[in-house]
Design a protein around this ligand. Structure first.
Ligand SMILES: O=C(O)CCC(=O)C(=O)O
Ligand SMILES: [Fe+2]
Length: 293
């Protein structure tokens, strides 16, 4: 199938969000200058070298992956906190949560000889109801050019949302041919997978994904970025990696927002504080009132 619209000189995040909801994917051309991506790629190169190949037919034995990208390169935050993309992820996900969170930030190398990856929907890592809720927004940032030969991500346009429940053959896939600086967005409900690498060069990318704030994220962010390290983050980034409660009371530390762990003086004993949604606060207040307390 496929072929994209010509690159647009400017991008409107409303258009990108609209296309993402309509087709299950959207590509932002030239989101970042290629030099910025090259700085990140330079930091990641020795880590790709040192990382063993993956094991298992899903990841693929001719691929390499590693996470903890905010510890690997100071340039990773630029991708993770790209304002328009965070806004798009919020647009897609906030109907079902209070706040979004980082699901993963992972580097992926697809080496020559890697076969086509199993086409999948990333939402299937969670066993909740499908077809009504969007769980995830994925963003692939190519570090090397993505071509049909070297394993560009294959995306099945229109396979998202309720289509994820449809019987029968899914729509055909197109190859997300892109360059460093472009951002490929697709939903957790969109069928996709890495293409086969039939070239003699390694295809490299960083994938950043955002999910509903109350889910267990793919990457354990609190272990990837323990408080000593997360203290170096700006407050929004710390919140995105989990130093924020999700109402009601989820992800708390000693009954309060876990961002307390990022401050200098952490009290030895802490009194728990309700963190309820307004509807829950009202219901609890009504109960109290009826009790005459
Ligand atoms: O590397 C790619 O193009 C896609 C990888 C992927 O979808 C995954 O590992 O979940
Ligand atoms: Fe995937």
């Amino acid at each position: 199938m496929s072929i994209f619209a010509a690159p647009r000189p400017r991008f409107s995040h409303d258009d990108a969000a609209g296309q993402l909801m309509d087709t299950g994917w959207s590509i932002i051309r030239g989101a970042l200058a290629p030099e910025k991506i090259e700085r990140l790629a330079t930091d990641l190169r020795p880590i790709f070298e040192a990382t063993p190949y993956c094991t298992g037919d899903f990841y693929g034995a001719r691929t390499k992956r590693f996470g903890s990208l905010l510890r690997r390169s100071k340039h990773a935050a630029t991708l993770i906190q790209y304002p328009d993309i965070v806004a798009i992820a919020e647009h897609v996900l906030l109907p079902w949560c209070d706040t979004i969170q980082l699901n993963l930030a992972q580097a992926i190398a697809i080496h020559p000889g890697a076969p086509l990856q199993f086409p999948h929907r990333d939402q299937d890592m969670w066993e909740g109801v499908k077809g009504e809720v969007e769980y995830l927004v994925n963003v692939m940032w190519p570090l090397t050019s993505f071509t049909e030969e070297n394993g560009a991500t294959l995306i099945h346009s229109g396979s998202h949302g309720r289509e994820a429940l449809a019987d029968g053959a899914p729509p055909l896939a197109f190859s997300a041919v892109c360059d460093p600086g472009d951002a490929i967005l697709f939903l957790g409900s969109t069928l996709h997978g890495a293409g086969a690498n039939r070239s003699n060069i390694v295809r490299e990318a960083v994938v950043v994904s955002y999910c509903l704030g109350w889910l267990k994220p793919y990457e354990n962010q609190w272990l990837a970025y323990p408080p000593e390290f997360a203290r170096t983050f700006n407050p929004e980034l710390a919140a995105l990696v989990g130093y924020r409660q999700h109402r009601p009371n989820l992800g708390n530390f000693e009954g309060v927002c876990p961002s307390i762990l990022l401050q200098d003086d952490i009290p030895a004993h802490i009194g728990a504080i309700d963190a309820l949604r307004p509807d829950q606060r009202d219901a609890v207040a009504e109960h109290r009132r009826r009790q005459g307390a």
